[in-house]
Design a protein around this ligand. Structure first.
Ligand code: KIV
Ligand code: ZN
Length: 389
C-alpha cells in the first residue's frame, strides 16, 4: 500500500503564541523549539519577526540554535515584513519565509481596501521578492475558505509561478466543514494548472471544533502539509491540535494511507512543557494528552482492559510517552479492578475477605468521587483489627 508522507508544520511559537494571555520569552521559545525538534516536526514557525523586537530576537535565537527542522518566519506580503523575516532567519540551517495576504471579499472590502487585481499582484510580488533570499517560500491566502474558489485558483497559480514552493490554504476563522474543505482541496488540485510544482498545505482554526476533522479531510483530498500547534493553542479557539492530528493518522494509517515523521513518544512530554510555559492548563478530557485520555472508570471497561487493552484503547499510552494507563477506582468500578488494586498494594486476601472489603469500598465510593490507595489501605487495616467472623 502506498503511504503518503505528511509534513508537520508546527506553529505553536507563532499562531500558538497568539492565544489570548500567552506571551513567551525567547528562552522559553527555544525550549519549546528543542522539544519540537525532538518530536521531529518538519517545520517550526518560530514567530512573526516584524511584530516586535522580542519576537525578532526569539526567531533569530531559534534559527541559530535548532538543527533538523526548517525554521519559518511569518511576513505580510510586503518588503518590510519580508526583510525582517529574512534577517531573523539569517543563521538558520534551513529557512522558510512564509508570506500571506487575504483573498476573501470580506477582507478585501473591510480590511485591505484593495481590489482582487491588486491583491493578486501584491501576492506575486511578495513571493518573487522573498525568493531572492531563500529557496523555500510558503504563500498563504488568508481566509481562503471564505474566498471565491476561482479567484483563489488564480492567486495560487500566480504565487507558484512567482516561486512559491508551498501554498497554504487557511481556514482562518474556522468556518468550513470537512466535506466542503476536502472539496476545495480537490478543486484546487484540478484547477490550478501548476499545482504539482508546490506542496499543498492547510491551516485550520477550531472555532467550531472542526480544525482536526477539516485537516484530515484535506489530507484525504491531497494536502501533504498540515499546520498545527501543541495542545491546539492559537488565535481564539486555537488551531488544529498536533497530538490529535498525528495520532489520528497513526491510529488510522491504513484508512488515510498517510503518515507523519513524528516521534509520537515525545508527544506527552512536549504537551506538558507547552502547558507549563504558556500557563494554559488542559481540560482532563482533552483528547490524547488530557489526564483522563487513558483512565478507565467503569467496571465493564476496567474488566475489558485487564483482559486485553485493545477492548477499550485504540492507542496505547506508551505510544505517546506515558508509561501506563490508569484504572480509576470509583463507584462504577468492578470487583476485578478492586482485587487487582489490592494485589498491587501487596494484599493477597481470600475471596471472602475481598468480598467484604468490596462491599465497604462500594459504600465509600458512593460518598467519595474517587477512592485513593490510602482509602483502600484504611479499609484493609480496619478489617485486620476486627474480630474474626
Ligand atoms: O489563520 C491564518 O490565516 C493564519 C495565516 C497567517 C496563515 O494564521
Ligand atoms: Zn492562523
Amino acid at each position: 500500500m502506498d503511504i503518503t508522507r505528511i509534513k508537520i508544520f508546527d506553529t505553536t511559537l507563532r499562531d500558538g503564541e497568539q492565544t489570548p494571555g500567552v506571551c513567551l520569552e525567547a528562552g522559553e521559545k527555544l525550549e519549546i523549539a528543542q522539544a519540537l525538534a525532538k518530536l521531529k516536526v518538519d517545520v517550526i514557525e518560530a514567530g512573526f519577526p516584524i511584530a516586535s523586537p522580542g519576537d525578532f530576537a526569539a526567531v533569530s535565537m531559534v534559527a541559530a540554535n535548532i538543527q533538523g527542522p526548517t525554521i519559518a518566519a511569518l511576513a505580510r506580503a510586503n518588503k518590510k515584513d519580508i526583510d525582517s523575516a529574512r534577517q531573523a532567519l539569517e543563521k538558520a540551517e534551513s529557512a522558510r519565509i512564509h508570506t500571506f495576504i487575504a483573498t476573501s471579499d470580506i477582507h478585501l472590502e473591510h480590511k485591505l481596501k484593495m481590489s482582487r487585481g491588486q491583491v493578486l499582484a501584491q501576492a506575486q510580488d511578495a513571493v518573487r521578492y522573498a525568493r531572492q533570499f531563500v529557496s523555500d517560500v510558503e504563500f498563504s491566502a488568508e481566509d481562503a475558505s471564505r474566498s471565491d474558489w476561482d479567484f483563489l485558483c488564480q492567486v495560487y497559480r500566480a504565487a507558484i509561478a512567482a516561486g512559491a514552493t508551498t501554498i497554504n490554504v487557511p481556514d482562518t476563522v474556522g468556518y468550513t466543514s470537512p466535506g466542503e474543505f476536502g472539496a476545495l482541496i480537490a478543486y484546487l488540485r484540478e484547477n490550478v494548472v501548476n499545482i504539482n510544482q508546490a506542496v499543498i498545505s492547510v491551516h485550520c482554526h477550531d472555532d467550531l471544533g472542526l480544525a482536526v476533522a477539516n485537516s484530515l479531510a484535506a489530507v484525504a483530498n491531497g494536502a501533504t502539509q498540515v499546520e498545527c500547534t501543541i495542545n491546539g493553542l492559537g488565535e481564539r479557539a486555537g488551531n488544529a491540535a498536533m497530538e490529535e492530528l498525528v495520532m489520528a493518522l497513526n491510529t488510522r494509517r491504513e484508512y488515510y494511507r498517510a503518515a507523519t515523521g513524528i516521534d509520537t513518544k515525545q508527544i506527552y512530554r512536549a504537551s506538558r512543557l507547552v502547558s507549563t510555559l504558556t500557563g494554559i492548563i488542559l481540560p482532563p478530557n482533552k483528547a490524547v494528552v488530557g489526564d483522563n485520555a487513558f483512565a478507565h472508570e467503569s467496571g465493564i471497561h476496567q474488566h475489558g482492559i485487564m483482559n486485553h487493552a485493545l477492548t477499550y484503547e485504540i492507542m496505547q499510552p506508551e505510544s505517546i510517552g506515558i508509561s501506563h494507563n490508569t484504572i480509576v477506582l470509583g463507584k462504577h468500578s468492578g470487583r476485578h479492578a478492586f482485587e487487582e488494586r489490592l494485589k498491587q498494594l501487596g494484599h493477597e486476601l481470600d475471596s471472602q475477605t475481598v468480598n467484604n472489603l468490596f462491599g465497604q469500598f462500594k459504600e465509600l465510593a458512593d460518598r467519595k468521587k474517587m477512592v485513593f490507595d490510602r482509602d483502600i489501605e484504611a479499609l484493609v487495616n480496619v478489617k485486620k483489627t476486627e474480630a474474626p467472623e
